[in-house]
Design a protein around this ligand. Structure first.
Ligand code: PRP
Ligand code: URA
Length: 209
């Protein structure tokens, strides 16, 4: 069964409070999304396997630990997921980045796919799907289904704010996918927006409203 991890680290919570504020500028919003993604990435990669290596320090030989060649890919759901990529890549410089373009139909709230470009060796990689918002869960679930159709087996989902309907949907559709969020808000409004949430993440990252 999948697990839901809510990151209540004070730095993440502090940054999230500024992110939620409707008076936060596009520039600051964009920077904060990247910083929160970086902090969450640090936590979500805690289970990466390590191997011992011998290195020579200026003083003596040391047995140290390095990540055991685990191949990773970050897959943002366009558009808003793009805002999280730089923060992830800063911590994992050799990861590859795939893109899945989905938008929510405003009437049906169903995800509509419009773009996909994945690294050719995606099936050999552990994948972290990133998207700031996890509302009905339709977009995240569709992205995971899509990745599995392409042969991906080890998928994590990292979002900034989630809501209960999304978590219920993911447990039903993808019980093998662990979910990482900075907050779980109580509900959605009639337009499928998270309440209190932070509004439209894509519009706030790209300044399109
Ligand atoms: C937002 C958000 C998620 C989706 C979440 O994208 O970035 O992808 O909605 O909602 P869900 O859990 O109900 O699927 P949107 O469709 O607004 O597209 P955008 O990123 O291009 O703005
Ligand atoms: N997409 C957003 O950008 N915000 C929400 O609250 C829900 C979906």
């Amino acid at each position: 069964m999948s697990e839901l991890h809510v990151y209540d680290h004070p730095l993440i919570q502090h940054k999230l409070s500024i992110l939620r504020d409707k008076n936060t500028s596009v520039k600051e919003f964009r920077e904060l999304v990247g910083e929160i993604a970086m902090l969450m990435c640090y936590e979500a990669t805690r289970d990466l396997p390590l191997e011992e290596v011998e290195v020579e320090t200026p003083v003596d030989k040391a047995i140290a630990k390095r990540i055991a060649g685990k191949k990773l890919a970050v897959v943002p759901i366009l558009r808003a997921g793009l805002g999280m990529v730089d923060g992830m890549v800063a911590l994992m410089p050799s990861c590859k980045v795939g893109h899945i373009g989905l938008y929510r139909d405003p009437e049906t709230l169903q995800p509509v796919e419009y773009y996909c470009k994945l690294p050719p060796d995606i099936t050999e990689r552990d994948v972290i799907v990133v998207d700031p918002m996890f509302a009905t869960g339709g977009s995240a679930s569709a992205a995971c289904t899509f990745l599995k159709e392409h042969g991906c087996r080890h998928i994590k989902l990292m979002c900034i704010i989630g809501a209960p309907p999304a978590w219920e949907k993911m447990q039903q559709d993808h019980p093998d996918v662990d979910v990482y969020v900075a907050a779980m808000d109580p509900k959605l409004n009639d337009h499928g927006y998270i309440v209190p949430g932070l509004g439209d993440a894509g519009d706030r990252i790209f300044g399109t409203k």
